[in-house]
Each structure stands twice: as structure tokens, then as C-alpha cells.
Design a protein around this ligand. Structure first.
Ligand SMILES: Nc1nc2c(c(=O)[nH]1)N[C@H]1C(S)=C(S)[C@@H](COP(=O)(O)OP(=O)(O)OC[C@H]3O[C@@H](n4cnc5c(=O)[nH]c(N)nc54)[C@H](O)[C@@H]3O)O[C@H]1N2
Ligand SMILES: Nc1nc2c(c(=O)[nH]1)N[C@H]1C(S)=C(S)[C@@H](COP(=O)(O)OP(=O)(O)OC[C@H]3O[C@@H](n4cnc5c(=O)[nH]c(N)nc54)[C@H](O)[C@@H]3O)O[C@H]1N2
Ligand SMILES: [Mo]
Length: 758
């Protein structure tokens, strides 16, 4: 960093590697501030063990769930955050009105601790008050029965288990709707829509073993040091074996540069670290399509770089794809990607040399206007050299929530297949609705236009996670009914409707006892492995219920003529799994197979070079032009990326630091390229306002401090969810409905030259 630069409170240069002793220290702090330290180590040791619980952090798999405890700082934070000894009790709610709580930050709200009792909003006193479970269910049932079927939205956040999610969709479908907004709609929907078109299934094709055999990894648009920390162990191993790792990312992310593995005795003892990325290209936000097309263009020009036999036998559409790539000129590729033709030559040369390549990607690819086309372009690049369906190669989307993939598999979908609906009818004896329902943006639009009247949320923080708070928040408040199943208080809970219920549930770490004894739930990780998870900790309060029990209670109280014995299903979750097995392919012998340590893998035909597309072939695509997003209007428009800090889990803020990016104790900042700052006459530490630069946009965010950072020219970065106010609701990928959180055209204006003291 520039020595002459003035000092800004809370901003320091971070010089060390990612991981290392800093990670151990951060874990110790998480434990000390949240948990009873006596029990904490035992709790952490049970994470991702054969008889323990699945880490509620990320969806990166474990080596057969048998390995010794894998240290991970952010997994430890996720566990300690749930297993906290702090409680938010009825006494707390009696003393704090909802209006007063709405004035608190998201960090403070969740920080109060675990919810302990079922609650109902009481408008006269503006407080939440305890309510009996059955009484609450009965009233909710009464309201739901009066509403038009299409007026109810069923939101799922991806931490819900397969069992809870399956019951939730069954409840909604027996009631008569396919309105399933879910967090996947804000996340990897572009993968779920794009990959089936390309390879016939909306899931990644690699397993952990493939990383043992790969010769090249291209990592695009994800930040594993923070968001998939257990992946760092894998990348670290690859780097030590000299397997090249090429990164495309507008921001310099420390963990992708240098990492000290806390599992490595030598690195810890000697304060050394391993360089991770062999080559790091700071592509512009929204410039990946141009970069990928550039790599493909070089490849077409190389001799013998294509796997002709694979293309001929297994694919369709190559000619159109190649013609489009040839027609795309270098000038537009360089302009849009911000990378030079020679840079892309380097990537193409490494790719042409590798016999087995994996491409990993995250939100930097999916959260754009052309997210779905981006995903398909990655598949195209892999297909060019036959890199799907062979050892050491494949496509690796890094999923978000620990069970977001599983939720989809078990039927959380606003566009169910006819085959699945047919099975539901056959097994349960009712006719589920066939009309497509709402995704997350459509649900919000229905709330805004008044056609949606009720929302039931299985976890999550819907309104805060969505774009455009100025419209989403009042929409939430205009409902007749909102019902939330959650572990901790958040802002969406406080955006009360005419009637609002808040149900506290067991977390993953906690013992779930039902009539037949201790229960396990199941989850599916990023690599399609399904396995059991069972908590052991004493529940945060005796009044808590499990998610399946809450969903079953709601369903039974609502559906007066139900065909399903809801109460019985909750006595033994094996019964729920039997129903999943009967209605969804791939779950044969579900209950037997999850009792094997490590579980089982869901079918992935492309790994065998079987392509369940309509043509039976893998399909090349054509990405029109190079623009991933709508252009902004006016001069000096920058592209805003909204992202996660190191101390947060989505809308859950654990603490206010972002250690690897050198930010401490604050989140009100805008990462900016020094060239852009000079051009706009801005200095490190200046306070600015940000406004969205799309036609007719009114979105605005005030008083943010500019921080000079190594970020691609033309790209600026701010934290999610604070910056969500700048994302218009209709700024999205039309194919998948995913909001384009990673490339909002914005204009930055100076507010004050003085630096705020914190
Ligand atoms: N600790 C922790 N773990 C998590 C989460 C969490 O919040 N905290 N969230 C979970 C969830 S739900 C998800 S979806 C995943 C998210 O995991 P990531 O996909 O890693 O999520 P983001 O932090 O949003 O990250 C984005 C990265 O993309 C880069 N980027 C932004 N725009 C572009 C672009 O246009 N092109 C390219 N090439 N790169 C770009 C950013 O610089 C940043 O490094 O993590 C999961 N795991
Ligand atoms: N600007 C911007 N916005 C984004 C993104 C972005 O990158 N930029 N990313 C998007 C992505 S990828 C995602 S996935 C969404 C996330 O959207 P959500 O999944 O809706 O949000 P979370 O913050 O994960 O939800 C946190 C809440 O979940 C509840 N919770 C925690 N554990 C449990 C549990 O075990 N059971 C139940 N029932 N509840 C629990 C707690 O009450 C907690 O307050 O946000 C999206 N929004
Ligand atoms: Mo996500």
C-alpha cells in the first residue's frame, strides 16, 4: 500500500497469509464470546464426523465423513453462533417493542441469541408475546384456508434438511400451490437452469477424488478462504503438488494468493505458507463471459487443442458455438473483460496442456443478467476438450447453504416436473397443482402488487437477502400473515404483517428426540453426496420443536381433509425418507444407505458420459455478444459487486471485521481501484454517496467510506446486505430469475472530505 496515504480508522493493510494462527485466534474468540468454553471443543469435534452433525457452514464435502476433524475457522463460527449460550426470551420481547428493535443493526439483532419460545405479534403493545404451539397452528390454519391458493408463498432457506423441505413442499402442494421462492433463486439458480440445458442435470460433476487427479483448476468468481474454507485444504494440497490454479476474480483475495494450512504442523510452527494461485487475473466484474470467449477463441486457433472425438460422439451445436466465438472480436473481449489477449493466451495454453481440468465457480458467475449463459459458457469450454465425464475433470459450482442442493432435489421447485407431480398423486392420492408458481423475485412482486397475502418462511431472512429493500420491506409489512421458523431474531421477522408468528426451531447441532428416539436428518453437499446428520447438544430451550415437527403441525392444522398422517411422520424420520424414496428417483434404499458412514451419491449421469438432455447429447451454447449486464446510463458509471466479509454468514453478521481485506470494526466501506479514484478526484477515506445508474432508478446509499483496494478498474465492491438497497428488483437474469447482485451500474459522488471517526 501507498505509504503517503492518510490513515483511515479501521483500515489496515493485511500482510499475512490466509488461515494460519490468525484463523486459530479468530476461532478462540468465537468460542469465548458465544459458548460455554467447557463444552465448546467437544461440540466442534463432532462437526462432520460419522455420528455427528453436518457443518451448518458451507456445502463443501468431506472425505467420506471419516477424516479426523478438519479445522475451519468459519465452520467454527457457524457452529458457535448456533450453540451460543445467549438467549432471547419472552422477557426480552416484553421489554423491547418491535419498532425499537427495528432500529437495531442486523448484527445486534442476531447477536441477542437463540429464540426460546413460539411468539405471536401483538399490535396493541407492538411486542412479540409467547403463544401456545397448537393455538398458533390453529389460527394460521384458519387464515390460510380463507386465502386464494395462489396468495400464499412458501420460502425455503437452504439450511433446511431434506426431511423438513420435503414436508414443506408436500404441505404447500396439498394446499394447492407451487409458490416456492427459495434462497437458490438468489444464488445458484443460474446453475440449476443452465447446466440441465448443457449436460442434462443441474449439478456439478466432480467429486473430491477428481481433485486428486486433476492437472489444472480454473477458479472463477468465488472466495473460498471465507466462504468454502474446507476447500482451502484441497487447494493447498494441489498447490503443493504444483498443479496450476488459475484465478479469475476482480478482487485480490488473500486466501487465493497465500494460505497457511492450520492442519499443517510445519506451516504453523514455521509461520510459513503456500502460494495458491499460480496466475491471478483481475477480470472486470461482469467480464467473465468475454474472458471465457477469449480463451475459447485462442483454443480454436491452436492446433489439436480440441477433443474432436468427444465433440463428435457426445455433443451437438459445436459449429454454431465455434462460429460465434470466431465472430467475437478481440477488441470487445479485451474491453469487456479488462484482460489482454496475451493474458487469455496464457490461460488457453495452460488449458490446452492439461489432460484433466476442473473449473470451479461461485456467485461471481451466477449473479449477473446473463448468469445462466455464463454457466453454459463454462460448460462449453470444458466440452471443447472433453473435460466432463473423465477422472480429474469437470464442472464444480460451489453451492451456498449447506443443503440448498438437497432442498431442490426433494421438491422445492416452483416449476415441478410432470413426473414428480404424477408420483405425488400416485403415492398420496391428491392431485398437486401443475401451474408454475413464484420464485423469489416473483413472490416479492406479488407482495408488492398485493396479490400475495401470506408468507411462510422455513428459515432465512428473506426481505433482507432480497434486492431493493425500499420496496421489499413495505411489501413484507403489507401481508395478512407472516410465519417464520428460525433460530435467531432477524429483520424480516420484525417486518410484521397483520398477523405474525415466530417459531423457534432446533438447530443442526441439537439433539432431536421424537417418540421413537433420537432422530437424524439428511443433507446433500455440493458434490451430490447425501448423508445423515444428528445433533447431540441440549436444545437451546425445552420449548423448541424440530423443523419437521413444526411443518407437520402447520400442515395438520391447515389441511382439514388431508390424506397424510402428519403426526405419525414426525415420530420417526425414517418414515419421511420412505416417502422421499417412493416419489423421487435416486433415493433407493434411502434409510439403509444413510446408515453407511459417508452416505451415498445421487445419480450424476454426465459423470458416465450419459447426457439426459432432450437430444441425448451434451449441448454447446451461443453467448450473444460479450455483455453480461445491462449498461448503466451517464458518465462515470462503475460496476458494483456486493459481497460477503470474512465475518458473516449471508445476512448473519458474526462480527465487524474482514481480516483478509484489511477491514476492522466497520462495514460501511466501498472498495475502489486507485485509478478510478484519481479519475473521480477521490482519496482513500473520502465519504461518498452511491446511486444506481440504470434508467429510472432511484436507489441510493448514503455515507460510505472509500477504501483503496486491489480491484479491477471500473469495479467497486461493497458489503451485502447493506448494499442491497442499490439493486433494483428487476435487474436480474431473465432465464433463472437470479438478481444480478454482482454488477450493479452505480455512480459515486463525494459527500465530504473529512474522515469519520468510528
Ligand atoms: N463463511 C461463510 N460461508 C458461506 C457464506 C457466507 O456468507 N459466509 N455463504 C454461503 C452461500 S449461501 C454462498 S452462495 C456461498 C458464496 O460464496 P462466494 O461465491 O465466494 O460468494 P461472494 O462473497 O458473494 O463472492 C464472491 C467472489 O466473487 C468475486 N466476484 C464478484 N463479481 C465477480 C465477477 O463478475 N466475476 C468474477 N470472476 N468474480 C467476481 C468477488 O470478488 C468475490 O471474491 O458461500 C456459502 N458459504
Ligand atoms: N446483495 C447481495 N444479496 C444477496 C447475495 C449477495 O451475494 N449479494 N447472496 C444471495 C444468496 S447466495 C443467498 S443464499 C441469500 C441468503 O438468504 P437467506 O437464506 O434467506 O438468508 P440467511 O442470512 O442465510 O438466513 C439467516 C437466518 O436463518 C435462520 N436460521 C439459521 N439457522 C437455521 C436453522 O437451522 N433453521 C431455521 N429454520 N432457520 C435458521 C436464522 O433465523 C437467521 O437469522 O442471500 C442472497 N442475497
Ligand atoms: Mo447462496
Amino acid at each position: 500500500m501507498n505509504n503517503k496515504r492518510r490513515s483511515v480508522p479501521g483500515i489496515r493493510h493485511y500482510d499475512g497469509p490466509a488461515g494460519g494462527w490468525g484463523a486459530l485466534k479468530a476461532t478462540a474468540i468465537a468460542v469465548r464470546t458465544q459458548m460455554d468454553t467447557l463444552y465448546a471443543p467437544a461440540t466442534l469435534l463432532r462437526t462432520n464426523q460419522p455420528d455427528g452433525f453436518d457443518c451448518p457452514g458451507c456445502a463443501w464435502p468431506d472425505k467420506e465423513h471419516k477424516s479426523t476433524f478438519q479445522f475451519c475457522e468459519n465452520g467454527a463460527k457457524a457452529v458457535t453462533w448456533e450453540a451460543t449460550s445467549k438467549r432471547v426470551t419472552p422477557a426480552f420481547f416484553a421489554e423491547n417493542t418491535v419498532s425499537s428493535l427495528l432500529a437495531k443493526s442486523d448484527f445486534e439483532l442476531e447477536g441477542y441469541g437463540r429464540l426460546t419460545h413460539p411468539l405471536v405479534y401483538h399490535p396493541e403493545s407492538d411486542t412479540f408475546r409467547p403463544v401456545e404451539w397448537e393455538q398458533a397452528f390453529a389460527r394460521i390454519g384458519e387464515i390460510l384456508r380463507e386465502l386464494p391458493l395462489d396468495a400464499v408463498e412458501f420460502y425455503t432457506s437452504g439450511r433446511a434438511s431434506n426431511e423438513a423441505a420435503y414436508l414443506f413442499q408436500l404441505f404447500a402442494r396439498e394446499l394447492g400451490t407451487n409458490n416456492f421462492p427459495d434462497c437458490s433463486n438468489m444464488c445458484h439458480e443460474a446453475t440449476s437452469v443452465g447446466l440441465p440445458r448443457s449436460i442434462g442435470i443441474g449439478k456439478g460433476t466432480v467429486s473430491l477424488d477428481d481433485f486428486d487427479n486433476t492437472e489444472l483448476v480454473i477458479s472463477i468468481g468465488h472466495n473460498p478462504g471465507t466462504n468454502h474454507p474446507r476447500m482451502m485444504g484441497t487447494l493447498h494440497e494441489l498447490a503443493r503438488r504444483n498443479v496450476p490454479i488459475i484465478v479469475l476474480n476482480p478482487m485480490r483475495e488473500r486466501a487465493l494468493e497465500r494460505f497457511a494450512d492450520p492442519q499443517s504442523v510445519v506451516e504453523m510452527a514455521t509461520y510459513s505458507s503456500t502460494d495458491i494461485a499460480s496466475t491471478y487475473f483481475q477480470v472486470k466484474a461482469g467480464g467473465d463471459a468475454a474472458a471465457l470467449k477469449g480463451i475459447a477463441k485462442h483454443l480454436l486457433e491452436f492446433e489439436n487443442a480440441l477433443d474432436q472425438a468427444f465433440i463428435a460422439t457426445h455433443t451437438q451445436g459445436f459449429e454454431e458455438f465455434a462460429a460465434d466465438i470466431q465472430a467475437t472480436n478481440w477488441e470487445s473481449i479485451e474491453r469487456e473483460s479488462g484482460l489482454m489477449r496475451q493474458d487469455l493466451h496464457q490461460v488457453a495454453a495452460a488449458y490446452a496442456k492439461s489432460n484433466a481440468t476442473i473449473i470451479t465457480y461461485g456467485m461471481g458467475i451466477t449473479q449477473h443478467n446473463k448468469g445462466t449463459s455464463n454457466v453454459r459458457l463454462i460448460a462449453d469450454l470444458l466440452l471443447m476438450r472433453g473435460n466432463i465425464g473423465k477422472p480429474g475433470a469437470g464442472i464444480c459450482p460451489l453451492r451456498g447453504h449447506s443443503n440448498v442442493q438437497g432442498n431442490r432435489t426433494v421438491g422445492i421447485s416452483e416449476k415441478p416436473t410432470a413426473a414428480f407431480l404424477g408420483k405425488i398423486e400416485e403415492v398420496f392420492g391428491f392431485t398437486p397443482p401443475a401451474a408454475h408458481g413464484h420464485d423469489a423475485v416473483q413472490a416479492t412482486e406479488a407482495m408488492i402488487n398485493g396479490s400475495a397475502k401470506a408468507m411462510l418462511c422455513l428459515g432465512g431472512n428473506f426481505a433482507v437477502a432480497m434486492p431493493d429493500h425500499a420496496r421489499a420491506f413495505p411489501a413484507m409489512r403489507s401481508l395478512d400473515l407472516s410465519v417464520h421458523v428460525g433460530t435467531k431474531l432477524n429483520r424480516t421477522h420484525l417486518l410484521t404483517a397483520k398477523e405474525t408468528y415466530l417459531f423457534p426451531c432446533l438447530g443442526r447441532t441439537e439433539l432431536d428426540m421424537q417418540q421413537t428416539g433420537r432422530q437424524s436428518i439428511t443433507v446433500e453437499d455440493s458434490m451430490s453426496m447425501v448423508h445423515a446428520s444428528s445433533g447431540k447438544l441440549k436444545p437451546a430451550s425445552p420449548a423448541l420443536r424440530s423443523e419437521p415437527a413444526i411443518v407437520a403441525g402447520l400442515a395438520k392444522a391447515t389441511l382439514t381433509h388431508t390424506k397424510i398422517d402428519w403426526e405419525n411422520l414426525v415420530t420417526d424420520y425414517d418414515l419421511i425418507r420412505d416417502l422421499i424414496e417412493k416419489t423421487i428417483p435416486g433415493f433407493e434404499q434411502y434409510n439403509q444407505r444413510i446408515r453407511v458412514p459417508g452416505g451415498f451419491r445421487m445419480p450424476l449421469p454426465p459423470t458416465e458420459r450419459v447426457w439426459p438432455t432432450p437430444t441425448g447429447k451434451a449441448m454447446f451454447s451461443v453467448f450473444e455478444g460479450v455483455d453480461e449486464n445491462r449498461a448503466g446510463v451517464g458518465d462515470n458509471v462503475l460496476r458494483l459487486v456486493t459481497l460477503r466479509s470474512h465475518d458473516q454468514y449471508n445476512t448473519t453478521i458474526y462480527a465487524l471485521d474482514d481480516r483478509y481485506r484489511g477491514v476492522f470494526g466497520r462495514r460501511d466501506i466501498l472498495f475502489m481501484n486507485e485509478g478510478d479514484m484519481a479519475q473521480l478526484g477521490l482519496e482513500h477515506g473520502d465519504r461518498v454517496d452511491i446511486s444506481t445508474a440504470l434508467p429510472d432508478s432511484v436507489q441510493h446509499l448514503e455515507d460510505i467510506t472509500v477504501v483503496a483496494y486491489s480491484i479491477a478498474a471500473g469495479t467497486v465492491g461493497a458489503y451485502y446486505p447493506e448494499a442491497n438497497v442499490l439493486v433494483p428488483l428487476d435487474y436480474l437474469d431473465k432465464d433463472s430469475g437470479t438478481p444480478s447482485y454482482k454488477s450493479v451500474p452505480v455512480r459515486v459522488t463525494l459527500r465530504s472530505k473529512e474522515i469519520r471517526a468510528i
